[in-house]
Design a protein. Structure first.
Length: 658
């Protein structure tokens, strides 16, 4: 019988310690699963995922690939949700009109079924993915910076309100962040220590990222840079497990640059094939989006719209009048198709990717060019370069900002001092496999933590899609991994006591801010930004109010014995499904599709005197027509009588616009 060595015992205990932050994340997140009403995108994602699994039909919810929606829908299979004839008509109408998927989704979640039980189960899947993300942060950090650094990093990540917010919603952002991190960590390990399990695991993670969100294309420049670093580096590229003695006598692979190039190209080819195959697997290895193959998605039409919306964007930027539809279409027709349009159409023509994926790319590329956004009290259709840096500054907890700043400073100092292993004392002797990256230079190890956030942030800053911090969410885990440098590196510079004090203080500050927001993590803004109340003047949409406040509003009405309310609600949920008696005001969600039915409520005059409840996004006027926005001008000048869920503002009104 083999005996367990002390080192193996310590490793197992460290792995168990890594579960503590994950359990903390789950404990903090659980109350939010029921506390939030369906957010805007959940009305689309959850029902669409259910049709993917039960009907093999991939038409609904085309903006994102299906994997995470399929995973969340797995939790619904045991419930056997009802689908009414009215919902079926909307499903069939989606063959002709893409907006019909919103009608199907609302009927599925709010008319045919009770929303809370279905959403709770779907959200539980994302919560599990969030816990796995915290575990991944711990293990990556432990490999590079040691167990203490890993515990600090993973605990800080578990306390982050932004990760908690999207870890409690059945949307794609948190799951994609997990797969993005796993793909990068896998590439890091494979380029340090070549092995079949590491190579295959990395390929699977890359495939999962591409099958979760179109943003996975950001992995391409990241992995390309990592591959170039591996080729240019003369650091040993070992293969197989090795003790120190074996390491000294084993021939490491890739000593010559030619051999390194061959092996890197082989890995890139392998990962590409796995990602391509994985993408087809999520669509059932079928090109057609429908099981019977009778429906063709309007890929060519939406490819043309990429140019048409691009023309609209250019006129908006130039400040010139937007042409009428016929003139706009003619101007777009005179333009040469852009690179993205040509690639999508070629992939569609040659069936390189499934139809649903090609259509999703086309739809996303078109819609991302022009989108209403709110920043610092202003509204724009083309966005701001400064949007995401500002969002990061005001929505990241102060404790995390302090740790990120300190970690970057210490990493720079370590590079300047040419530390090989920032976790080790200068006199510590380590075996080669104990070094960061198993012998790889710390500079290269650091690249895996810094390059992805820079790519994510840089891409977001150049985008016109300025609607939420969630679009830079994949950058957060990498920054928390880097935080792992703080305990040991600061200890080397200032002493152990100072390192303990700084880490404890930052985590305490983070804890205070997070507990202050619990369970309403979505509208979190740090205390320097004025909290959620301050956020009303800074950012909109999924940063603050995504339609999540209906249960809290219902509870407020019960507590204050308010039987009926005037409601200007931003969101796709049906307030009646949450037990609210209300008069719908201007801006209320509604939609109609020929042959698919209609949903929502036509606005009516308020019943006064009485209470008026208005979602923060409508109070800001982000998506309202000018006349609708002017309707609420008087409320913007007033101090609210109450605020529920940090996202719905309440006013007692005697006469309108007094």
């Amino acid at each position: 019988m083999s005996e367990t060595t002390p080192r193996q015992t310590r490793s197992r205990w460290a792995a168990l310690v890594g579960l503590v932050p994950a359990l903390l994340f789950v404990g903090l997140a659980l109350p939010a699963l029921n506390e939030n009403s369906a957010t805007y995108d959940e009305t689309e994602h959850v029902p669409a995922g259910y049709t993917y699994l039960t009907r093999g039909d991939y038409r609904l919810g085309p903006e994102h690939p299906p994997l995470i929606k399929q995973l969340t829908a797995l939790a619904l299979l045991g419930q056997s949700p009802t689908i009414s004839p009215a919902a079926e008509r909307a499903f069939e109408a989606a063959r002709r009109e893409i907006d019909a998927h919103w009608i199907f989704g609302q009927r599925f979640l709010f008319t045919d079924n009770a929303p809370a039980p279905l959403l709770w189960r779907a959200r539980l899947v994302v919560l599990a993915l969030g816990a796995l993300l915290v575990v991944a942060i711990f293990h990556w950090t432990r490999h590079v910076f040691g167990t203490t650094g890993a515990l600090v990093a993973a605990t800080a990540a578990a306390l982050d309100p932004n990760l908690l917010a999207h870890g409690t919603l059945a949307t794609t952002d948190l799951g994609f962040s997990l797969f993005f991190v796993l793909a990068t960590y896998g590439a890091s390990r494979t380029f340090a220590h070549l092995s079949v399990p590491a190579a295959l695991g990395t390929g699977i993670a890359i495939a999962a990222a591409f099958a979760s969100k179109h943003s996975a294309v950001l992995l391409i420049p990241c992995v390309a840079l990592f591959a170039a670093l591996r080729v240019s580096s003369s650091d040993p590229w070992s293969g197989g497990a090795a003790s120190r003695v074996e390491h000294d006598r084993r021939t490491t692979v890739g000593h010559g640059i030619g051999r390194r190039v061959v092996r890197v190209l082989g890995l890139l080819a392998l990962w590409s094939l796995i990602a391509w195959g994985g993408l087809w697997a999520t669509y059932g290895f079928r090109y057609s989006a429908t099981a019977d193959g009778t429906s063709t998605l309007p890929i060519a039409t939406w490819a043309t719209r990429i140019r048409e919306i691009g023309v609209t964007r250019d006129h908006l930027v130039a400040g010139t009048p937007i042409p009428r539809h016929a003139a706009l279409a003619a101007e777009a027709a005179r333009r040469e198709p852009g690179l993205s349009e040509r690639i999508i159409l070629a992939a569609h023509e040659h069936r390189v990717v499934p139809e649903g994926y090609a259509f999703g790319l086309t739809f996303a590329a078109a819609m991302a060019q022009v989108r209403r956004a709110f920043l610092l009290g202003e509204i724009s259709l083309t966005g701001w370069t400064s949007y995401f840096p500002i969002a990061f500054a005001v929505k990241t907890p102060l404790g995390s900002l302090a740790l990120f700043t300190l970690a970057l400073g210490l990493a720079t100092f370590a590079l300047a001092r040419r530390w090989t292993a920032p976790t080790a004392q200068p006199t510590t002797r380590r075996s080669p496999e104990d070094e960061p990256g198993a012998g790889r230079s710390f500079c290269h190890e650091l690249a895996f933590m810094v390059v992805p956030p820079l790519v994510v942030m840089g891409t977001a800053m150049n985008s016109n899609l300025n609607i939420g911090y969630r679009h830079i969410l994949p950058a957060l885990p990498f920054l928390y991994v880097l935080v792992g440098i703080v305990p040991a590196a600061l200890g080397r510079i200032a002493g152990r006591r100072a390192a303990v004090g700084v880490c404890t203080g930052a985590l305490l500050l983070l804890t205070i801010e997070t507990l202050g927001a619990r369970p309403y993590y979505l509208p979190f803004f740090n205390s320097a930004a004025g909290g959620a109340r301050g956020g009303l003047h800074l950012l909109s949409d999924s940063n603050l109010d995504w339609g999540q406040g209906l249960p809290a509003l219902k509870r407020w009405m019960q507590t204050n014995e308010v039987e009926h309310i005037n409601l200007a609600y931003f969101g796709t949920a049906d307030p009646a499904a949450y037990g609210l008696s209300f008069t719908p005001l201007a801006g209320s969600y509604r939609m109609a599709v020929h042959g698919g039915g209609s949903i929502g409520y036509a606005p009516r005059p308020p019943e006064l005197p009485g209470w008026v409840a208005i979602s923060a996004t409508h109070l800001q006027g982000t998506y309202l027509l000018p006349a609708e926005s002017r309707t609420y001008a008087a409320l913007r000048r007033r101090t609210p009588d109450a605020v529920v869920a940090d996202s719905i503002y309440l006013y007692w009104v005697e006469r309108w616009n007094d």
